[in-house]
Design a protein around this ligand. Sequence first.
Ligand code: 13P
Length: 249
Amino acid sequence: MRKNIVAGNWKMNKNFQEGLDLVNELKEKVVNPNCEVIVCTPFIHLACAADELEGSVIAVGAEDCSTHESGAYTGEVSAAMIKSTGAKYCIIGHSERRTYFKESHEMLKEKVLMALKNDLRPIFCVGEVKEQREQGIQNSVVEAQIKESLFNLTAEEFAKVVVAYEPVWAIGTGLTATPDQAEEIHAHIRSLIAAKYGKEMAENTTILYGGSCKPSNAKELFAKPDIDGGLIGGAALKADDFCGIINAF
Ligand code: 13P
């Protein structure tokens, strides 16, 4: 059976001390969760967060990794470097990276392979922008994102991937997809996985929802059969809000 997951994405927030404080608060407050809990942090926090959270129920992930293995790529951080901090996950293909840093399907495919090669589980993000939803093409947008960057993987590799559906119009806007809107896409994603890798793989793949998820709407979203948890931005920056979402399970 697939795992339910609540993952935080801190984005470009929290200085070193603030990050450490949040990690310690979470360590205290997250007890016996009914789902897996992950915090994805900026690179500067990874080693310290992984160290503080060692032996706890909370795993650590990065927000991105380089397409390159190592070498003269000033400012880049490789999957191997991330792995060496104790992190276990890596967000890949967040819409902010696709938009602001022009990350293409091809680049994201390379990043996914790099993460897997270094034993990091990718949390692969997909989602349509507002205009695409208005045109009613959200299913085909998400389909292309998944096919172009993930469907080259072997079954063994794909089994390590977590998918996150994040409609771009819902990120940081306070506009949440309705549980029915989200469920429709999640079910579509699962059917694509079934067609490519078989029904069992589809049933075992965790598909998260992200976009203005908060304690007040998490329960309704997570109640849908194909929504297996959330990727949380703003509400992951406060321990009580993040715990409120975790407790929706
Ligand atoms: P918000 O929860 O702030 O809308 O962000 C969602 C997100 O982008 C998580 O990756």
